[in-house]
Design a protein around this ligand. Structure first.
Ligand code: UDP
Length: 325
């Protein structure tokens, strides 16, 4: 297939590009390089451009003739979304609408969308299933839920079919450390813990110890990026073989608290870095754990990297490599 990967120079998108390239697909990456990196694109062609630019999208779609689109390009920092909501509604919602519109205009009928567990807000029960109510508590989650709604509505009146994958906490890196998370202003727990272990930061902040969880810190379901990519490949195969629109959770169904993650990072790195307990971070739900039975049943997803230490080890190797570059 010829596949457009928006955000293909970013963390998760670049892993998708690598896998699609390895499988022999033709890949075109569309990325504005605001947080992505040219050197993270291991296969295919990179077109530098913005999903806000409808004329550029029209030109690209007209020139290329894509079979499918995988839409990763987005802003992803929850705290920033609380401070700058319109940035998220523009980048994540309006620009996704631009892309969906280009798909309709140019008869591209297969669309993979990077959604998020943040669409659930504070779920009434964990693990959370796809049937749970969508009730985002920050503009990041709201902007992604709005795209899901747009996809649902558009697919009901057109030939467009989509799979929206609701990512839980994605971490880890390519087994050969060719690509990994490389944000200028990292905010994710595992990445920041590793940077602290490397001595790049004086301490890690543990955001809130008064949540209603066993140790008082937030619980998340950490999934290795390559298991997530396997889910995308299955989703693409599903659409390519004529399958209908679907929404799936992607997580392991096991949660770890912030303190447990900090302990695991200390164990894997062998470095007893400093972690200070501070106040809560705005927009954080206490616990988010995936029920991923549906994608396992319907697409045959078999995650094979469900091991927190393994996830951290791949991220650690990547962080150490980054320091040498
Ligand atoms: N967290 C933390 N310190 C940090 C970064 C994150 O205590 O420096 C916590 C955060 O409050 C949340 C969990 O770690 O409870 C996971 O946060 P992350 O930003 O990695 O992912 P999110 O769940 O927000 O998508």
């Amino acid at each position: 297939m010829k596949i457009l990967v928006t955000g293909g120079a970013g963390y998760i998108g670049s892993h998708m590009v690598r896998t699609l390239g390895e499988q022999g697909h033709e890949v075109v990456v569309y990325d504005n390089l605001s947080t992505g990196h040219r050197e993270s694109v291991l296969y295919g062609r990179l077109v530098v451009g913005d999903t806000a630019d409808t004329a550029a999208l029209d030109h690209l779609f007209g020139a290329e003739g894509f079979d499918a689109v995988a839409h990763f390009a987005a802003s992803i920092v929850v705290e920033e979304s609380v401070r700058e909501p319109l940035k998220y509604y523009r980048n994540n919602f309006c620009n996704a609408v631009n892309l969906i519109s280009a798909c309709l205009e140019h008869h591209v009928d297969k669309f993979i969308f990077s959604s998020t567990a943040a669409v659930y807000g504070i779920p009434s029960e964990n693990p959370v299933t796809e049937k749970s109510a969508l009730s985002p508590i920050n503009p990041y989650g709201a902007s992604k839920a709005m795209v899901e709604q747009a996809l649902r509505d558009v697919s009901g009146v057109s030939s467009l079919r989509y799979v929206a994958l609701r990512y839980f906490n994605v971490a880890g890196a390519d087994a050969l450390s060719r690509i990994g998370q490389k944000y200028k202003d990292a905010t994710h727990l595992i990445t920041l813990s590793l940077k602290t272990a490397l001595g790049l930061r004086p301490q890690l902040s543990i955001f809130g110890t008064d949540y209603n969880t066993p140790d008082g810190t937030c619980i998340r379901d950490y999934i290795h990026v390559d298991d997530l990519i396997d889910a995308h490949v299955l989703a693409l195969g599903h659409l390519a073989s004529g399958g209908g629109s679907k929404v799936y959770n992607c997580g392991y169904g096991s949660g770890y608290s912030v303190k447990e993650v900090v302990g695991a990072v200390r164990r894997v790195t062998g470095i007893d870095f400093r972690a200070a307990e501070t106040g809560r971070r705005e927009g954080d739900p206490p616990a988010l754990v995936a029920d991923s039975a549906l994608i396992k049943k319907e697409l045959g997803w078999k995650p094979s990297r469900n091991d927190l230490d393994f996830i951290i080890r791949t991220a650690w190797e990547w962080e150490q490599k980054l320091q040498k570059c």
